[in-house]
Design a protein around this ligand. Sequence first.
Ligand code: CP
Ligand code: NVA
Length: 306
Amino acid sequence: MVKHLLSMQDLSPNEIEAILDEAAGLKEKIRKGELHELLQDKTLGMIFEKPSLRTRVTFETGMTQLGGHAIYLAPADIQLGERESVPDVARNLSRWVDVVMARLFKHDIIVELARHSSVPVINGLTDLHHPCQTLGDLLTIRERKGKLRGLKLAWVGDGNNVCNSLLLGCTLVSMNISVACPRGYEPPADIVKQARANAKKSGVKVELTTDPKQAVGGADVVYTDIFASMGREAEAERRIEIFLPTYQVNKDLIEHAKSDAIVLHCQPWRLGQEISDDVAYSPRCAAFDQAENRLHTAKSILTFFL
Ligand code: CP
Ligand code: NVA
């Protein structure tokens, strides 16, 4: 059976730790200027239905640094499910490349792609999950806080793909998570149920609230993301009316967190909406560390799955 990374739930706590340890080791190699061509002659096929800066650049650069090669397939190249069926794209790509990374709209489509692929498929973001982001985030939190177990992460804003992957990822690594969303913008019930099952096993708490101050209370990490994700642009104006001013991560809100709390954002951000400028560019915001760590974790994910 080929192993795929479609959701954080595809990884065990030990596997997450191994990926983070490998990423930290690869980061150190870069710092020392040591070659680490672990994937010589391997090829990654990257399917993109949506735009990307971080995911594309980190996977492509990552493959170069690992001694392999990456192919960027733009929406117009593949026309997934239109020019040819999803299973046939999977069957063809499996004959040429060693691993596939895909950024798609519908999560069901990446599940279908993986089902027909004989090489590993990595989720580079769907409407439901963003596991590669969570792995970069966990590395960033571990670096800044020296541990993961027992910390509290507060999510403020839309219950979206990034939130879903954090719900699963945090509870797998024994972190508490509190999610504050406006009514109607909560994460899906089945993901919350899975996170609660993980939390029961790892002995942590999952809290859902509409009050950001409550979520942020005593938090070690405060996380936010854009109000209207890719594909939801038409709802942007309406969402601003609903989310502002309550769901903005700004100086007043982070007063409620621990005094040494860090702020995370996966980027791209809309300054003045979900996060204020002064917080985004303050020393406690680790968004550019997260972005850097996307590179190191992309490489450790690739080496883990290949
Ligand atoms: N955070 C993230 O996934 O960024 P991109 O959309 O630029 O890839
Ligand atoms: N939730 C955002 C994340 C972007 C990296 C989106 O899906 O657009």
